[in-house]
Design a protein around this ligand. Structure first.
Ligand SMILES: [Zn+2]
Length: 304
């Protein structure tokens, strides 16, 4: 399978329009070496011809324009077959509305995510006014065959309060957090090799670690380096954990926690603009690379 990182930044992108943090400043004034990044999304394909997006970011238009494999193949015909969602975050779903010129959008999402999009953010209601929307319900633990590529979602449990989630109704719809945030395992059925995409994870629970272990490729949440990064910079009162993310560095960080797993290659994605590992000459970048991991960037092509 082929995977292309369309956008490696978290919500807001890098730089973020209203942010003057050291990283955002470095992009603008060139005082430190770094590369701008668009908002979090990847594209996955079994054969390089049929592609699915995982999350549709507000930057989807430029991301598709910058990806020759995803350009139209004919009169309003594109290699894009659908969009898989990991959650209902606005930064992961706003791009759906920007795909409205197509003949329709096919969305794969859990029941919890669909409910939030329909009755919480209402983004789905807006999209349906412009084009047909079809659905495949994603059930964590169940395999779905895309043809030459099989996905299986798994829960990434989060205690984060979701202000857009509608009141609970029935089982499996987010009453206990189930299905609100998921990761995806993509397996090549011919070889058994698999990639895991986990752009948002609050806790690396034993169940989540079991999903990751043995992966040939892991794309994982790199939102912040420090748990209190936003607090230190005076940008927010919330920690990364409060916002549903596990920090990368230091004791208990993902770099340490993932160190003992059997993973072919680890790539950080969904990186917030405040994360010092975005600066090419930072100690944090050196630490990631020393551990054999990679700080993801837009346009990065990976083969599994
Ligand atoms: Zn910033």
């Amino acid at each position: 399978m082929r995977i292309r990182v369309l956008g490696a930044a978290a919500g807001g992108g890098f730089p973020q329009w209203n942010c003057g943090c050291p990283g955002c400043r470095a992009v603008r004034d060139g005082t430190r070496p770094t590369t701008p990044r668009t908002q979090s999304s990847i594209a996955v394909s079994p054969d390089g011809e049929r592609w699915w997006l995982v999350n549709a970011s507000p930057d989807v238009r430029t991301q598709l324009a910058d990806s020759p494999a995803l350009h139209p193949t004919g009169d309003r015909t594109t290699p894009l077959h659908g969009v898989l969602l990991t959650d209902a975050e606005i930064d992961h779903t706003l791009g759906l509305v920007l795909l409205r010129e197509g003949r329709g959008v096919h969305v794969h999402a859990t029941a919890a995510t669909e409910r939030t999009l329909r009755t919480g953010t209402s983004l789905l209601t807006t999209l349906e006014r412009f084009c047909p929307v079809t659905w495949t319900e994603v059930v964590p633990g169940a395999e779905h065959d895309l043809g030459g590529l099989v996905y299986r979602a798994f829960d990434a449990p989060t205690a984060k309060h979701d202000r857009f989630a509608p009141p609970p109704a029935g089982s499996g719809t987010g009453t206990d957090g189930t299905g609100r945030v998921v990761g995806y395992r993509f397996t090549d059925p011919a070889t058994g090799r698999f990639a895991v995409h986990l752009p948002g994870v609050q806790e690396l629970t034993p169940a989540v670690l079991a999903e990751i272990d043995g992966a040939d490729l892991l794309l994982v949440d790199g939102t912040t380096w420090f748990d209190d990064e936003m607090v230190r910079l005076g940008l927010a009162a919330k920690t990364a954990h409060d916002m549903g993310h596990l920090h990368v560095g230091g004791p208990g960080g993902s770099l340490e926690r993932l160190g003992g797993l059997r993973v072919g290659r680890t790539v950080y994605v969904h990186i917030n603009n405040t994360n010092p590992m975005l600066l090419d000459d930072s100690d944090e970048r050196a630490e990631v690379e020393k551990a054999g991991a990679l700080v993801g960037y837009d346009g990065l092509e990976l083969e599994v």
